[in-house]
Design a protein. Structure first.
Length: 253
């Protein structure tokens, strides 16, 4: 199959629909949540929980957790299909995303380096936000203690990484490039979107993720590889989710 570029009007509509089904929708709700939190009082006195329990019965909670992960990944499958239509084949689409397995060791090494470079500054910004009263207390893992808690948290971390890096970086950058946007404008818009859908946690995490978006967007434009970003994002979330869950259990909270 030959590579085809959809008409510009189609690309604009496609991007809007994809974002409305995924992270664009999340950004709108996140900004509304921030406004509601600001109206409710000081952010420092409030908290938000990630990965909450969805049902009281453990087996039913596990089922709902797994279903939430599967359905959250549907927009990722959608953008891969859309990119495949443009690229002419699935292999070429995954190659354009930098999600193929052509350089696993290098991708892993770069992912680990990005984890260190992004994770530590992000923690510093979160702590600074808490001190300044501009950030809610974020509870990374609100699941109960079960035999499946850690595996589900790891899957949640991987899901977050795939949704965010494939859609807001790999897919969005390619589509905006096809629309003729400048590289700087693309990176800024991608980063603003990433920051926006994290503002439900407060101003600090929003700014931290905006900075992360600038780094990740520029990384993709320079290397055309999304895989290291997925690895880094997964590792950052695994440390936050699983680390918190283990510490919470150790402290008996």
């Amino acid at each position: 199959m030959e590579t085809t570029t959809p008409p510009r009007a189609w690309l604009r509509a496609e991007v809007l629909v994809v974002l409305a089904l995924s992270l664009g929708r999340s950004a709108v709700y996140s900004l509304l949540a921030l406004a509601q939190a600001l109206a409710a009082g000081p952010l420092a006195a409030q908290s938000t929980a990630l990965n909450p329990t969805l049902r009281e019965e453990p087996w039913l909670d596990l089922l709902y957790q797994l279903l939430s992960i599967v359905f959250a990944l549907v927009p990722v499958a959608l953008v891969v299909l859309l990119l495949t239509l443009s690229a002419g084949s699935l292999g070429r689409a995954l190659g354009d995303l930098g999600m193929d397995l052509s350089r696993p060791l290098r991708d892993l090494a770069h992912g680990v380096l990005l984890t260190a470079g992004i994770g530590v500054p992000g923690l510093v910004l979160y702590s600074l936000g808490r001190l300044l009263g501009a950030t809610l207390e974020v509870v990374p893992a609100a699941l109960g203690t079960h035999w499946w808690t850690v595996p589900v948290l790891v899957l949640q971390a991987l899901k977050n990484a795939l949704v965010e890096e494939v859609i807001v970086v790999g897919y969005l950058v390619q589509r905006l490039e096809a629309l003729g946007w400048s590289g700087r404008r693309i990176v800024v818009v991608s980063a603003l979107l990433r920051g926006a859908y994290h503002t439900y946690q407060g101003v600090g995490p929003g700014l931290a993720n905006l900075a992360m978006g600038l780094v990740f967007g520029q990384w993709f434009r320079c290397t055309r590889r999304t895989m290291p970003l997925v690895i880094a994002h997964t590792l950052i979330d695994v440390v936050a989710f699983v680390g918190y869950a283990l510490v919470k259990d150790a402290l008996g909270r």
